[in-house]
Design a protein around this ligand. Structure first.
Ligand SMILES: NC(=O)c1ccc[n+]([C@@H]2O[C@H](COP(=O)([O-])OP(=O)(O)OC[C@H]3O[C@@H](n4cnc5c(N)ncnc54)[C@H](O)[C@@H]3O)[C@@H](O)[C@H]2O)c1
Length: 385
């Protein structure tokens, strides 16, 4: 079994180290910050103790998992790792420098992976002498609990690197999907309207936060409403992702950020972590009541859903991923109740195209352009499945 190096002992690096160790690998976890390493070790011990208390593992297994991980500040300790996954700060120049250094340490066959959420894998690979061994392996937070992993080959990545990476991560009991090296990969691209269209509905004054969340959960079956979820993720974090996807797509209006979210973020109303976001989380705060008018709720749900379906169809049209991987990514990466392309079939492709065209007629904004794939499918009478 190969030895795995993880660089960055923050939220993601620590989680990935746990997953690799549970899968039986010897893991080297490195960070330039000793405190981060200490914190990571303590956190893992707590998580393992909780698993023992719940009867999920015994003391021996706890010791084994903890014993598999060694902590170091020294990158040289990666020298006998056949895979290194980088999970440091999301800055392209820092990542490039680190990859250059890593290549001098590991052997010629080792795979170098990045867990980046938003940066181009091609530009990170370009920092290396052997870019064919560089790949994106994108876990979701928290890595031990979220089953999805996006595998993202850059244009330079060899087929062998892609195949080896996918086969390995599959053995870590994860669901892997293959995604093209484009902004947001699958999940962070296709999910944009869940936030963006919900904010637009609010901005236009159709409904308040509580009503939109109620419609998406109670009628749509989503586990969390968009505003609850943005408060959970943090408005600063969610806004930054939206803005970076918007810019990366050359200001495509489909991904345009909302002033409401920007202002909430600027006000320091970041969500649960500040006790105030779209909702007030202080103990004495009164929870706002939704308007439970079913017709209104169905309209809200369908407008967000059709935008999500359009986005998923366009991702397929642009060969970002396969039909099955797009549906799997949204159900396993962000817990959607159903794959969006499957949902499109159920709702009817005609209905999707008609709604997109009605929205476009109403607003005359490029944001509401219907994917050419949906239009073609309507013409040919086809379905996704
Ligand atoms: N947090 C998420 O929800 C999430 C989800 C998927 C992917 N990601 C990506 O994973 C990566 C890490 O995110 P995170 O949330 O774990 O960050 P984090 O801030 O929790 O941890 C980053 C760690 O990297 C260390 N670090 C920074 N620069 C370093 C360097 N040059 N050398 C060694 N260590 C260094 C820091 O000390 C810190 O401990 C980012 O690329 C991020 O985009 C994050």
């Amino acid at each position: 079994m190969i030895k795995v190096g993880i660089l960055g002992a923050g939220a993601m690096g620590s989680g990935i180290a746990q997953v690799a160790s549970q899968a039986g690998h010897k893991v080297v976890l490195s960070d330039r910050d000793t405190d981060a390493l200490k914190l990571s070790e303590e956190k893992l011990s707590k998580v393992m103790s909780r698993l023992v208390e719940k009867g999920k593992i015994d003391e021996d297994r706890k010791k084994e998992i903890e014993g598999n991980i060694s902590y170091t500040e020294n990158l040289v300790d990666f020298s006998d790792c056949q895979l290194v996954i980088e999970a440091i700060v999301e800055k392209i120049e820092v990542k490039k420098t680190v990859f250059e250094k890593l290549e001098e340490i590991v052997d010629g066959e080792a795979i170098l992976a990045t867990n980046t959420s938003s940066l181009s894998i091609a530009s990170i690979a370009a920092a290396c002498k052997k870019p064919e061994r560089v790949i994106g392996i994108h876990f979701f937070n928290p890595a031990p609990l979220m089953p999805l992993v996006e595998i993202i080959p850059a244009v330079q990545t060899s087929d062998e690197t892609t195949k080896k990476s996918r086969v390995l991560i599959d053995t870590w009991k994860k669901k892997t999907v293959l995604a093209k090296d484009t902004p947001g990969f699958i999940v962070n691209r296709v999910a944009r309207p869940f936030y963006g269209e919900a904010l637009r509905i609010y901005d236009e004054g159709f409904a308040d936060f509580a009503t939109i969340d109620w419609a998406m959960k109670e009628i749509g079956g989503f586990r969390m409403g968009p505003f609850e979820l943005m408060d959970f993720i943090g408005n600063d974090v969610n806004y930054a992702v939206t803005e970076s996807v918007f810019q990366a797509f050359y200001n495509d209006p489909r991904y345009k950020p909302s002033f409401t979210q920007k202002r909430h973020s600027e006000a320091g109303w970041l969500g649960r972590k500040t006790n105030r976001g779209y909702y007030d989380y202080n103990t004495d705060a009164k929870k706002p009541e939704p308007n439970t008018d079913v017709k209104l709720g169905e309209n809200i749900l369908w407008r967000v859903l059709v935008m999500l379906i359009n986005e998923a169809a366009d991702a397929l049209y642009m060969n970002i991923a396969s039909r099955d991987d797009i549906d799997l990514a949204m159900t396993k990466g962000v817990n959607y109740p159903k794959g969006l392309l499957k949902w499109a079939d159920e709702k009817g492709i005609d209905h999707c195209v008609e709604t997109m065209d009605r929205l476009y007629d109403e607003y005359h904004e490029d944001r509401y352009r219907c994917s050419p794939l949906l239009r073609k499918m309507k013409k040919d009478g086809k379905t996704f499945y």
